[in-house]
Design a binder for this molecule. Structure first.
Ligand SMILES: [Zn+2]
Length: 403
């Protein structure tokens, strides 16, 4: 090893190589700080007097799995200009950190591909240090999220564990960037976002939200100009939830035989008929069981076929055609005699224009839904990430995740 090898392999500026020692699986390099770096760390003056110092060890980039360190005497100097008494600054590491900047960059790079605990093992660092490096790197990356050019967004909640904890996520539908993460769900979780948005003077054209929580009224209040859209995904999900509710209600009221018939039907009810009829692998036994359950439960039969029918709304050729289709669907639901469906119709009449808005501006929260799956996987693999700031940063970083 030589001074120039240390410089090129380890990015160690301002160091003169002295010798190497091999001890307990590690390679330790000894060096000394070049004279040009002996200066005041406050005012940069080179008119200084040495006054003791300390020996510090810095972790370097590993060679394969072998750890490398640098042991160095760091002089303390008294400044003749400003009177400060301080250790001189080393140019290859930050402040009191015991690893080099090059190692920190390497850690950041590895964190994109492998879990933190393996990064720690590979680099001979503790898990906490790796996390700290990652956190600081992500902080720099997401320091300022520009909202000015955002045009279309999706707002949705994601459940992040039990007891039912939620996060509210706002996603830029053009870039896939997370614009806001709020604790909880509903309008309160969006407060900070509206403030930042109004400062940015962004002109939001369209917003996609779900139907149940308070997001819709919050959007109407803060973005009255924007087109509010309830998309295919959320409406189907809403109908499926109601179908599940109806099945549960009927099962409660049924006798033993009836209960047996409705058992295990949830998935079959919410899965689209087209999927069950899949040409390559039709699920004939499942469909027969479903049809039997439907035959015996008229309200469920009505609700099931109305759900199936509603799904074809988005294949209509025009907004006018869609509107007349939806109107006739709502009339059927209203007159179905099934309590749950009547309530559904009442609610859908209120949000009808938001459903039909999709024909003017075809955005969907599908992107956000798949993103929510990524968030749940992240939290599962990292046991929930107790550090909230770090959790939020990791979520923001998911759009760049390589794994
Ligand atoms: Zn000074």
């Amino acid at each position: 090893m030589s001074t120039s090898q240390l410089y090129h392999n380890q990015e160690l500026k301002g160091i003169k190589y002295l010798r190497t020692k091999y001890a307990s699986g590690k390679t330790i390099y000894y060096g000394t700080i070049s004279a040009s770096y002996i200066k005041c760390s406050k005012c940069n003056s080179t008119s200084v007097m040495r006054s003791g110092g300390v020996t510090r060890t810095f972790k370097l980039l590993p060679t394969g799995k072998r750890q490398n360190c640098l042991r160095l005497f760091i002089p303390r100097v008294v400044c003749n200009e400003c009177g400060t008494v301080r250790q001189v600054t080393v140019p290859f590491a930050e402040g009191r950190k015991s690893y080099t900047r090059a190692l920190a960059r390497y850690v950041l790079c590895l964190c994109q591909f492998i879990p933190l605990k393996y990064v720690a093992e590979l680099c001979g660092l503790s898990w906490d240090t790796v996390k700290q490096i990652h956190k600081e790197g992500l902080r720099r990356k997401f320091k300022r999220i520009k909202l000015k050019d955002v045009r279309q967004i999706a707002i949705d909640e994601v459940c992040i564990g039990r007891p039912r904890k939620f996060l509210t996520i706002v996603l830029d539908l053009d870039t896939g960037q997370v614009l806001h993460i709020g604790r909880g769900k509903g309008a309160d979780a969006l407060k900070g976002f509206w403030l930042r948005l109004s400062h940015s003077k962004a002109k939001i054209e369209a917003v996609c939200t779900d139907m149940a929580s308070g997001y819709m009224s919050a959007v109407k209040q803060h973005l009255p100009e924007a087109l509010l859209i309830i998309d295919h995904f959320h409406l189907v999900k809403y109908m499926n939830d109601k179908l599940t509710l109806l099945r549960r209600q009927l099962a409660r009221e049924a006798d033993d035989e009836g209960k047996e018939l409705l058992k295990g039907m949830r998935w079959l009810l919410v899965t689209s008929r087209k999927k069950l009829e899949n040409e390559k692998n039709p699920r004939e036994a499942d469909m027969a069981a479903l049809d039997e359950a439907l035959r015996e439960n008229t309200p469920l039969y009505i609700a099931y076929y109305l759900k199936e029918e509603l799904a074809s709304l988005w294949s209509k050729q025009s907004k006018i055609e869609a509107e007349s289709f939806l109107d006739s669907w709502l009339t059927k639901a209203e007159g179905s005699g099934v309590d749950i469906l009547e309530k559904v119709a009442k609610w859908l009449i209120r949000v009808k224009s938001n459903i039909l808005n999709w024909f003017d501006y075809q955005i969907s929260s599908g992107k956000l839904e798949s993103f929510n799956g990524k968030i749940r996987r992240l939290l599962k693999n990292t046991c929930g990430l107790r550090d909230q700031e770090y959790m939020f940063l990791r979520i923001q970083n998911l759009m760049y995740a390589k794994t």
